[in-house]
Design a protein around this ligand. Structure first.
Ligand code: ADP
Length: 274
């Protein structure tokens, strides 16, 4: 569109040669910038595929060796079989999780809004429901979950409840992953001018300052920082959360201090009901 406007500059007869060359120079710069952006997104895409092929290959290799291990026996010990199947099951779950994330990325990149079904939702009630759902989940049993959302939070926003739950779930899962037994995970919300601000805070391992600007990048994960239980993620969760927030005209950001904990903030446009 912008280029079209620029085109009209060139056919104006009153333009001097100098003005014309300035206009040409500007168009050239814009094209160069667009080209650089294309190259950068191509680089990110390639890096992501290379990370992904590693993330896919590693559980598949492990699964193969488990199967080969079981096949190597003439007679199988029942205990051994169950323990191997258990480990295979957890690898399959992580593969399943990765495939779901990839599918979601493809949906979010497709630029279509069709997959999103926006509804006017009272955010306080929605957050409470999400919180109580987590509270009953035994994976959080050794964390202190705290609901700080005021009990009478009357504000509305337009959200796709399924997609928005994925964002909250990702933040809660990260808080669990990057904290230890006895740590706190809290959920809070407030209303500032035209925005609802939701926060998920934990008292876990935190993020070092130099890594903070990159955590929402699609290809980023802190490779040297293991979670307290030595597991690692696939580094896609926060970039997915950011894309979902963009579709909601919202934002996501993080404040964190190493060894003290992290707070992730989400903003949503406040819906003014008539
Ligand atoms: P991953 O699957 O690696 O957790 P994410 O995109 O969800 O991918 O997070 C990107 C990186 O941000 C993680 O590798 C981790 O280092 C850091 N991170 C995210 N949430 C937290 C948190 N609550 N506490 C500490 N570090 C976090």
């Amino acid at each position: 569109m912008r280029l079209k406007k620029q085109k009209s500059l060139f056919i104006k007869p009153e333009l001097t040669v100098e003005e014309l060359s300035i206009a040409l120079y500007n168009v050239n710069r814009k094209l160069e910038k667009a080209n650089q952006q294309l190259k950068e997104s191509e680089r990110i895409r390639l890096e992501m595929f290379s990370n992904l092929s590693h993330d896919l290959r590693s559980p598949i290799t492990t699964l193969r060796s488990y199967v080969e291990y079981l096949l190597s026996f003439d007679k199988l010990d029942e205990k051994e079989v169950f323990s191997t199947l258990d480990q295979m099951h957890s690898k399959i779950l992580s593969l399943d999780h990765l495939m779901n994330e990839l599918l979601l990325i493809a949906t979010l990149d497709s630029e279509t809004e069709e997959q999103f079904q926006f509804e006017q939702i009272q955010i306080g009630m929605f957050l409470e429901e999400f919180f109580y759902f987590c509270e009953t989940d035994k994976k959080y049993s050794n964390r202190k979950l705290t609901l700080k959302v005021p009990s009478n939070f009357p504000y509305y926003a337009s959200i796709d409840t399924k997609m928005f739950s994925r964002v909250l779930d990702n933040l809660f899962t990260n808080s669990l992953k990057y904290s230890s037994s006895g740590d706190t995970i809290s959920l809070d919300a407030c209303c500032l001018k035209n925005e609802i601000i939701i926060s998920v805070a934990d008292t876990g391992i935190g993020i070092i300052k130099s890594n903070l600007p990159f955590i929402f990048d699609r290809t980023f994960m802190v490779s040297d920082a293991r979670t307290p239980d030595s597991s690692t993620g696939c580094g896609l969760g926060l970039s997915i959360a950011q894309s979902i927030l963009e579709k909601h005209q919202g934002r996501i950001w993080c404040e964190s201090e190493a060894n003290k904990g992290s707070t992730f903030y989400i903003s949503l446009p406040l819906l003014k009901l008539t």
